[in-house]
Design a protein around this ligand. Structure first.
Ligand code: NAP
Length: 471
């Protein structure tokens, strides 16, 4: 095929906001493109579907704008395809001029403290996957603990604490699947303790998400005024940031009021560094030990003051996400990213040779590029940078072995991969809305992968599906 006569063929791996914004940036560049978006899950939208809390419809509404992008004729969706497993990176390259990885981060960072392996010690990402109806996690979640600790003071920590502290009925109008509602109905948590290892000026959560805790009729937020202390550096931070100011003001307001009688007490603690999860003697969580810290010179709370033991039966670490490596690509295990420069993947970051070598026509964007920080909007500027690099390099791309649009589809069919498509998502979307409509809810999520795939692929095998996957 003559490259001049065909569009630039690009594969994007990952259909979260990062991947979809990259597709958008490519389409808006003015270059004629044909994009295949690969997704491990049978449904698109990444963390919007499997990371955003169900009681955050405002954020979930971003799906509507991503929908418009995926509706464009230059894009095909190939879902339920695990790149690195169902198709190797090398095989993928054979069909495209360039490949962009936007596979995100959805595992928990490791916390190396004694007791982390105990029963009742969980990663926040796993719990989020459960309450967001991810197909690849168990359908039940143990919620017998009356006192619970949440480690970290980022937005994920607040999500986890809020879901643990709300009543199941408050969450019923959302899209939570039946198994999650049933699980939350027997949740026994009456105390949720959230721990920041530094002072309030260094909290990572955002003011809106903080204030939201107080909106639930089930949650009594409690803050110890003794935790709201600021050294010179923290005061400067507060002065220079509207967001820090709002957070500190809210916490001070809560610390000064007399606690009411809402059923679940949610304590926000600061200057408490988790150092050990305590064993009940039978391998189960019986408590959390923290060290009281003092603000250090660089804003790090390093000086040890005293130790405190907290009686809890479950500990959730919400200390950040971690990306998974992709077989066939380099990975910086320490930073948890694919090493890159301006979105170009660096072939061998460890090599002694002078100069940087890039993997040909291979790019990254989103959390796999810069680590799991930043809000959804930040992935837009990230995508612009990566796509600018891709387009600058495009003149030098070696032609792929088989750029025919049909070739990748034939390959997946030959390999027996039951891929899903964009028209298939319309079917699943309608199916979930229909499930919801029967109960007066907007949507009820389908959890089982087999059902998601069956519904997505349920149109006429001989006609529609073949037609619908053509660009
Ligand atoms: P995060 O914002 O990086 O917060 C991680 C928290 O864990 C920090 O408080 C950090 O404290 C703490 N931490 C890290 N290592 C620790 C350790 N060894 N011991 C104790 N605490 C430790 O990460 P995240 O909450 O996972 O959020 C990821 C991104 O997604 C963020 O950009 C977040 O805003 C976004 N997000 C947004 C929403 C929303 O908008 N509603 C919801 C969820 C997630 P230090 O600061 O001291 O390191």
């Amino acid at each position: 095929m003559n490259m001049a006569l065909r569009p630039l063929r690009v594969a994007i791996v990952g259909t979260g906001p990062a991947g979809i914004y990259a597709a958008d940036a490519l389409m808006k560049s003015g270059v004629e493109v044909a994009i295949d978006l690969f997704e491990r899950m049978p449904a698109p939208f990444g963390l919007l579907r499997y990371g955003v809390a169900p009681d955050h419809p405002r954020i979930k509404a971003i799906v509507a704008s991503l929908h418009k992008i995926l509706d464009k004729p230059q894009i095909r969706l190939l879902g339920n395809v695990d790149v690195g497993v169902d198709i190797t990176v090398e095989e993928l390259r054979g069909f495209y001029d360039a490949v962009v990885f936007a596979s995100g981060a959805n595992a928990d960072r490791v916390l190396g403290i004694p007791g982390i392996e105990l029963e009742g010690s969980y990663g926040a990402a796993d719990f989020v996957s459960w309450y967001d109806g991810h197909p690849d996690v168990p359908r039940t979640w143990p919620l017998a603990a009356k006192q619970v600790a949440v480690l970290g003071v980022g937005n994920v920590a607040l999500d986890v604490a809020r879901i643990l502290a709300k009543s199941a009925d408050e969450l019923l109008p959302t899209e939570i699947p039946p198994n999650v509602y049933d699980g939350l109905r027997v949740n026994r948590a009456v105390e949720v303790h959230v721990f920041g290892r530094r002072g309030p000026a260094y909290a990572k959560f955002t003011p809106l998400e903080l204030r939201e805790l107080d909106h639930s009729p089930n949650i009594e937020v409690i803050v110890d005024p003794g935790d709201l202390v600021y050294d010179e550096q923290a005061r400067a931070l507060r002065q220079n940031s509207k967001s820090v100011q709002l957070i500190c003001n809210t916490l001070e307001q809560w610390a000064s009021r007399t606690p009411g009688d809402r059923p679940c007490k949610l304590f926000l603690h600061f200057f408490q560094d988790p150092v050990e999860i305590l064993d009940d003697g039978n391998g189960r969580v019986a408590g959390l030990r923290t060290e009281r810290t003092l603000p250090g010179a660089a804003g790090d709370a390093t000086s040890v003051d005293s130790r405190v033991d907290w009686r809890v039966q479950a500990v959730y670490r919400a200390i950040g996400y971690r990306s998974a490596p992709i077989v066939g690509l380099p990975f910086d295990g320490r930073a948890g990213v694919i090493p890159s420069e301006a979105g170009r993947v660096i072939a061998d970051a460890e090599a002694d040779e002078p100069g940087v070598r890039y993997l040909p026509a291979t790019y990254v964007t989103g959390w796999i590029k810069r680590g799991p920080i930043g809000l959804i909007g930040h992935t837009k500027s990230d995508a612009s940078e990566t796509i600018a690099s891709l387009l600058a390099d495009a003149g030098g791309f070696a032609p792929p072995a088989d750029p025919e649009p049909r070739a990748i589809v034939d390959f997946l069919e030959r390999r027996g991969v039951p891929f899903t498509t964009w028209p298939g998502w319309y079917l699943l979307d309608a199916y979930e809305r229909d499930l919801g409509a029967h109960e007066g809810r907007e949507r009820i999520k389908v959890v089982e992968r087999e059902v998601m795939v069956a519904v997505s692929r349920s149109f006429d095998e001989t006609s529609d599906r073949r037609v619908s996957i053509e660009p």
